[in-house]
Write a protein that binds this ligand. Structure first.
Ligand code: GLC
Length: 561
């Protein structure tokens, strides 16, 4: 499909940036980020090339799961602003050509949601059947099923008021909505419709496998319900309301199970899926200095419909989960990147950001982000990655990586003018604190991570072969340490090389089909001049943890400069 080229199916060539309003930028000086503060930073984000924002939940919430526990789906948490501020944000983002997607957290509500309060108080209430109840837990021991084993040991909790048990895969304060109830499905559509009407471009759908799983439900309606129909209905609904709105699904499953959530040939379920298998194997490959785990997962990646896209990421807002690795493999990653107990979480993940895990090794950190921007899929950044922020392990659990954005070395890191004790979360100190890592200093330093990131994002956006093209792994004679791949799209090809080893290496890259290729153009730092190509093998040196991108250019090309 070439109509509109790279602007059609915009999510195939987007750069997504995830942030939590609360920790991004505080405008009213209360120590908590707000919508106006974010609006004031849209030009910064547009400047680094972000084309789509993903906002973590900002609706009213008792905040017992950082906003993933909502009490009103049709409002903004008053601590963060108003619906008016939200619309001002959307308008500003649109004006700068940026899309906005928001979290759709409808697998569960907060137990403080008026629906749940009504449901507990009166079994005759229409809201009772909004949730999943049982007179007795259907299984005695569900401790292996809980998502947060540090806090919960069962997915069923007895409600003192109604005397019945309710289902919660996550915390007990997050009762599961009953998707088998058509009224709940209508409500979900109404919520999605509301935010689309206010201008959002789609949703990051939280906890999809739980959301669409009707098996837990005791109701007869659940029996004949196909979970994938639920997603198909939601997709059809949002597409009717807004043709180019997207669903980005959080489905942490191995590749085979994952693929189903795109839908069949028709691509009629979610548009995008986070590639959890790729992320996990990438960390194993990094820990081993050996590309082969990554190579294998890429080879096994199932083909997807043209409209669909993988969302790839180095770090998200949760624990860096390694649950798809074997125990021994996970231990290797723990040993390499988070050896202390305090760095690990739930026995399956790490609560650190990348730069401290790689001990600040700049070449290696950039190699990883170069991978993020050159592997097929749409890159998703977590705020602060562009300047190489670290975590604050003094903050419990998953929140260690959700510290305030570090804008400058001013007191309060330019995040807020409030006294530090009023901050929503404490800043890290030391070598990853705001005195060492901040936007203001990095803007003024041409060789900084921020300026490098800006250049690589610009290049990624001008390189649609990566988002749209067909992917092939290339031979280099150094399969263990070097990953070489090629993306082909519309008679243009891009080749990327990544050295997972700290030692320099000489590679002979077998480029494959070079019919019609006249030149090899270095797409990143340009340190290798444009070279005429005189055969299918490119012989070149890669530095330790080096990375390179090339375009194979034919005569009369119309590629970006
Ligand atoms: C998802 C979110 C996580 C949240 C959970 C419950 O896994 O990524 O942050 O705690 O759902 O909503």
């Amino acid at each position: 499909m070439t109509t509109g080229r790279t602007s059609d199916l915009w999510w195939k060539n987007a750069v997504v940036y995830c942030l939590d309003v609360e920790t991004f930028h505080d405008w009213d000086g209360d120590g908590r980020g707000d919508l106006t503060g974010l609006t004031e930073r849209i030009d910064y984000l547009a400047g680094i090339g972000v084309s789509c924002l993903w906002l973590m939940p900002f609706q009213p919430s008792p905040n017992r799961d950082d906003g993933y526990d909502i009490t009103d789906y049709y409002a903004v948490d008053p601590r963060l602003g108003t619906l008016g501020d939200f619309v001002a944000l959307i308008r500003t983002a649109k004006d700068r050509g940026m899309r906005v997607i928001i979290d759709l957290v409808v697998n569960h509500t907060s137990d403080q949601h008026p629906w749940f309060k009504a449901a507990r108080a009166d079994p005759q209430s229409p809201f009772h059947d909004y949730y999943v109840w049982a007179d007795e837990p259907p299984e005695a021991d569900t401790s292996h099923k809980v998502v947060f084993p540090d806090q919960e040991d069962s997915i069923w909790t007895k409600d003192a008021k109604s005397g019945k048990w309710y289902l919660h895969n996550f915390y007990r304060h997050q009762p599961e909505l009953n998707i088998a109830n058509p009224a709940v499905r209508d409500e979900i559509a109404k919520i999605a419709g509301f935010w689309l009407q206010l201008g959002v471009d789609g949703f990051r759908v939280d906890a999809v496998p739980f959301l669409v799983d009707p098996r837990h439900s005791q109701s007869a309606a659940a029996a004949g319900l196909d979970p994938h129909d639920i997603l198909r209905d939601l997709r059809a609904f949002i597409s009717r309301r807004k043709g180019d709105a997207v669903l980005l699904g959080e489905v942490n499953l191995p590749a085979k199970g994952l693929r189903k959530f795109f839908g069949d040939e028709d691509a009629d379920e979610v548009h995008m899926l986070f590639d959890f298998p790729l992320m996990q194997q990438m960390y194993l490959a990094l820990a081993r200095h050996d590309t082969r785990p990554l190579r294998r997962v890429l080879e096994k990646r199932p083909p997807i419909p043209e409209e669909s896209q993988w969302a790839i990421f180095v770090r998200n807002h949760d624990e860096l989960t390694l649950d798809q690795l074997t125990d021994a493999q996970r231990q290797e990653v723990f040993d390499a990147f988070g050896p202390d107990d305090d760095m690990q979480l739930f026995g399956r993940g790490l609560r650190r950001r990348l730069p401290p895990m790689l001990q600040g090794d700049e070449a290696r950190i950039r190699m990883v982000y170069s991978l993020l921007f050159s592997l097929p899929g749409t890159p998703v950044l977590f705020y602060g990655e562009e300047i190489g922020m670290g975590e604050n392990l003094a903050i419990p659990g998953r929140l260690s990586v959700r510290t305030p954005m570090q804008w400058s070395s001013d007191p309060g890191a330019g995040f807020s003018s409030a006294p530090a004790k009023k901050f929503v979360r404490p800043l890290p100190g030391g070598e990853y604190g705001p005195l060492a890592v901040n936007v203001a200093d990095q803007r003024r330093d041409r060789s900084s991570m921020l300026n490098w990131m800006e250049r690589v994002i610009r290049r990624r956006r001008e390189t649609p072969e990566i988002g749209w093209g067909t992917f092939t792994l290339l031979e280099t004679g150094s399969a263990r340490s070097v990953l070489a791949h090629r993306c082909d799209w519309e008679s243009s090809a891009v080749v990327a090389l990544h050295n997972f080893d700290g030692a320099p290496v000489q590679v002979q890259v077998d480029l494959g089909d070079v019919d019609g290729v006249a030149e090899v153009v270095d797409l990143l730092d340009g340190s290798i001049p444009v070279q005429p190509l005189d055969g299918p093998v490119l012989d070149l040196a890669l530095e330790g943890y080096g990375h390179r991108w090339f375009r194979l250019r034919g005569p009369g090309t119309r590629n970006p400069p």
